[in-house]
Design a protein around this ligand. Sequence first.
Ligand code: NAD
Length: 308
Amino acid sequence: MKILVATEKPFAAAAVNGIREICQAGGHETVLLEKYSSREQLLEAVADADALIVRSDKVTQEVVDAAKRLRIVVRAGAGYDNIALDACTARGIVVMNTPGQNSNAVAELALAMMVYMSRNCFTPGTGSELSGKRLGIQAYGNVGRLVARKAMAFGMEVMAFDPFVPADRMREEGVTPAENLEQMYSTCNFISLHIPATPETRGSIGYRLMSLMPAGACLVNTARKEVINEAELEKILADRPDLKYITDIAADCQAELNEKFGKRVFATPKKMGAETAEANINAGLAAARQIVEYFGTGCTRFQVNATE
Ligand code: NAD
């Protein structure tokens, strides 16, 4: 089979070598399309691919239509909102992600962001400590759980809200299950977002929830910009001069936020949560292994769409 690795932002060389080795051992050919600059290049490259590995690359209806032989797409990473799921499902193409492979990198960044905001963006002067503060984790998945463990090591009290995770599991892990979002937002000094962007979560974090936050609280977003209602974020930051917002995914209006709110807001110049050598390699190798296993045994573990 021909396995295309299409990455506008390439994998680390070690990851590419590992992907090649895994595919070769499974009897498959690897083709690389890195740093492509036009849709046409991608459309041409997918035309005879049986499998596709991508990172944040957009797999649109157009790409699916051009990929006449495609049987499986693996997003090397957690979020898969860059894949046109319906288009894939309609063609019977299996879509998978590689959950958990970059979670540690994102979790470390979330903690680093809390320290950064607590120390006034590393500006000389008196800051504050994480120890003894309360952290609310919105979505207790792979990243959220790791953030909880690391935050507890910092001496933070941790609460989490995730309707799909049993409260007992949270308690066993030293985390207080929140009864609802309102309780979590009104009692925590930091809220760390780890929800996927879904029709339910898009634009769901805005004025109402943020206005419940205690004095001096900080919202940390390493999830997706789409979950924020940006107009409402801007309004609450204006109405509540004590609140802070730090994100790994710059808002569309980030320049305006920076100008209006100075050191109370910060966005990484480019999404970098998963940008560690370790995460890069883990996710790339997992994607290759999942494809080889799928072609070998039909295994669809980690499939995120519903093909028959
Ligand atoms: P995951 O799939 O392991 O966990 C997601 C969790 O969200 C699940 O536990 C699920 O039950 C929960 N959830 C779903 N809808 C919810 C809702 N409405 N309210 C509360 N909880 C809800 O995903 P993950 O690996 O932990 O990643 C979390 C998110 O972080 C991803 O979806 C992605 O958007 C983002 N992410 C960002 C980067 C980055 O580079 N900044 C890297 C990886 C992931």
